[in-house]
Write a protein that binds this ligand. Structure first.
Ligand code: CA
Length: 236
C-alpha cells in the first residue's frame, strides 16, 4: 500500500514527537525538520505529499518558506500556528498555504485537515477535466450542472452572486477559504478590499440555508480568516 509522506516542520521537540507518533500510527510516513532551511531542503529532496509548517521557526519566516516552496511545488501546506497569530494565518493562506491548524490541536482535527488537503491536491493533480459530482452534506445538495440547490428536496432560491459564493465554498468543502479568496473568485481581481459585501451576502445565504443562522451547520465562520463549508459526505 502506498503510504503518504508528511514533512513536519516544527522546532518544538515535544510537538514534533507527538505529531509524528500520531501520524505514523495512522499509516503515514513521517520526516521532521526543526528549522526553515532544513524544511526547504527536505521539501525538495523528499517530495513529501503534504507539509505541516509551524510558522514560528528560529531561522526563517514561515511566509518566506511558503513563497519559496510555491515557486516550484503545489504540495499541500498546512500551517500550524498559535492562537495569537490570526493575521499570520490569513497571510499564510493568501501566500499559498492550503489550510491551518491552531495549537494546541487534537488528533482528529489533525487527521481531518490532512485528509482534506490530500484529497484536494489529488483532485487538482488528476485534472481529468470532469466536472465535479454533486455536493452533499446534511441534506443539502448542490448540482453544479443545473446550478440547483436543494435542502431535503426543497429548492433553495439564491441570487447569482449568492450561488457563486456557495458553489465556490462547496467545491472547496472542508477547507478554510479566506475572505479575499472568496472575494477574488466571485467579484474578480478588482474586488474591493473591504469584505462588507461578502458578509452581507453571507448573512442572506445563511437566512436561506440555515435553520438557525446564528448556529450554522453548512457554512462556518473562521473568525478573522474566512469561511469553511461542511465536508462533502462523499469524502467523509
Ligand atoms: Ca515554533
Amino acid at each position: 500500500m502506498h503510504k503518504f509522506t508528511v514533512l513536519i516542520v516544527e522546532d518544538e521537540k515535544s510537538i514534533c514527537d507527538f505529531t509524528s507518533r500520531t501520524l505514523i500510527s495512522h499509516g503515514y510516513r513521517v520526516s521532521c525538520a526543526s528549522t526553515g532551511s532544513e524544511a526547504l531542503s527536505l521539501a525538495s529532496s523528499l517530495c513529501p505529499d503534504i507539509i505541516l509548517l509551524d510558522l514560528g521557526l528560529p531561522d526563517l519566516d514561515g511566509m518566506e518558506i511558503i513563497q519559496k516552496i510555491r515557486t516550484w511545488s503545489g504540495v499541500p501546506i498546512i500551517v500550524v500556528s498559535a492562537r495569537t497569530q490570526e493575521e499570520d494565518k490569513v497571510r499564510a493562506l493568501d501566500a499559498g498555504a492550503d489550510d491551518y491548524l491552531t495549537k494546541p490541536f487534537g488528533i482528529s482535527e489533525l487527521l481531518a485537515r490532512i485528509r482534506t488537503s490530500l484529497r484536494h491536491s489529488n483532485k487538482v493533480n488528476s485534472g481529468n477535466g470532469l466536472p465535479p459530482h454533486p455536493y452533499r452534506a446534511k441534506g443539502l445538495e448542490i448540482d453544479f450542472f443545473k446550478r440547483n440547490i436543494t435542502i431535503k428536496g426543497e429548492a433553495i432560491h439564491l441570487t447569482p452572486i449568492e450561488y457563486k459564493i456557495v458553489a465556490f465554498l462547496a467545491q472547496n468543502s472542508g477547507k478554510v477559504m479566506t475572505y479575499s479568496a472568496v472575494m477574488n473568485n466571485v467579484w474578480g481581481p478588482y474586488a474591493e478590499s473591504d469584505n462588507k459585501i461578502l458578509r452581507v451576502n453571507m448573512a442572506n445565504i445563511r437566512r436561506k440555508l440555515e435553520k438557525n443562522p446564528a448556529q450554522p451547520v453548512y457554512i462556518f465562520t473562521e473568525v478573522g480568516v474566512g469561511y469553511r463549508m461542511a465536508d462533502d459526505e462523499e469524502n467523509l
